[in-house]
Design a protein around this ligand. Structure first.
Ligand SMILES: [Ca+2]
Ligand SMILES: [Ca+2]
Ligand SMILES: [Ca+2]
Ligand SMILES: [Ca+2]
Length: 221
């Protein structure tokens, strides 16, 4: 490989890495069940390193309207904290899943997620923070979250809006899933342990190209 080719490889790899880092999200959809015996629910997790103020934030399904369901009630959400919305009443949901009082739940939304639908999270400016489009009846690769919730397979699933990166809850899995009193399986309020992300090809390319450049430099001196 010539030095010019090596430099082009480094630039290409660097561009990919920067593009990947540019997608960093603050809050992500981390669990959903479109249909449960105890009602449907969605979990959002603050995946940034600092608290996020949910004042003015909102949720909607596939009608994609900011302001449809107000999330201001979550207030300040700490780094790493997971919060939940459900069509059930908050008190009933907390009871059904035996949640600790510290887990924030907002209940009684009326969008009704269907088997083919969309989850949209908006910030206080109405800008989209995260979105998950799923539909096992309309395209392949989507899990069917009926009586078992869906979980992100790896951190790469967060914010990626790719339903193929999600897996169904099973009792005792790595996400900490368990049975609710209604027989639904999920892990609301915790994100559990996601699988590690394989090192992207771009990182290997960048690494080997840099080693090559060092070699070229040494031969010249
Ligand atoms: Ca709607
Ligand atoms: Ca539903
Ligand atoms: Ca809907
Ligand atoms: Ca969860």
């Amino acid at each position: 490989m010539s030095k010019q080719t090596l430099i082009k490889s480094v630039i290409a790899a660097g561009t990919l890495l920067v593009a990947g880092q540019g997608q960093a999200a603050t809050v992500a959809i981390t669990e959903w069940m479109y249909s449960g015996n105890g009602g449907e629910f969605i979990e959002f997790t603050n995946i940034s390193g600092s608290a996020v103020d949910f004042s003015g934030w909102s949720y909607d399904d596939d009608s994609r309207l900011p302001g449809e369901f107000d999330l201001s009630g979550f207030g300040l959400v700490a780094a790493g904290e997971s919060v939940i919305i459900t069509e059930n009443s908050a008190a009933q949901f907390i009871s059904d899943w035996s949640l600790s009082a510290s887990i924030k739940v907002l209940g009684s939304y009326t969008n009704n997620l269907g088997r083919n639908d969309e989850i949209n999270l908006f910030d206080n400016g109405g800008d989209l923070v995260d979105q998950l489009t799923y539909g096992d009846q309309t395209f392949s690769g989507t899990i069917r979250t009926q009586n078992a919730s869906g979980n992100p397979l790896t951190p790469a699933a967060l914010g990626a809006n790719d339903p193929a990166f999600w897996t169904l809850s099973e009792v005792g899995d790595q996400y900490g899933s368990y049975l609710s009193v209604n027989g639904d399986i999920g892990n609301p309020g915790t994100i559990g342990a996601l699988n590690p992300v394989p090192v992207p090809a771009a990182v290997w390319l960048l690494g080997s190209a840099l080693v090559g450049l060092v070699g070229v430099g040494r031969r010249k001196s």
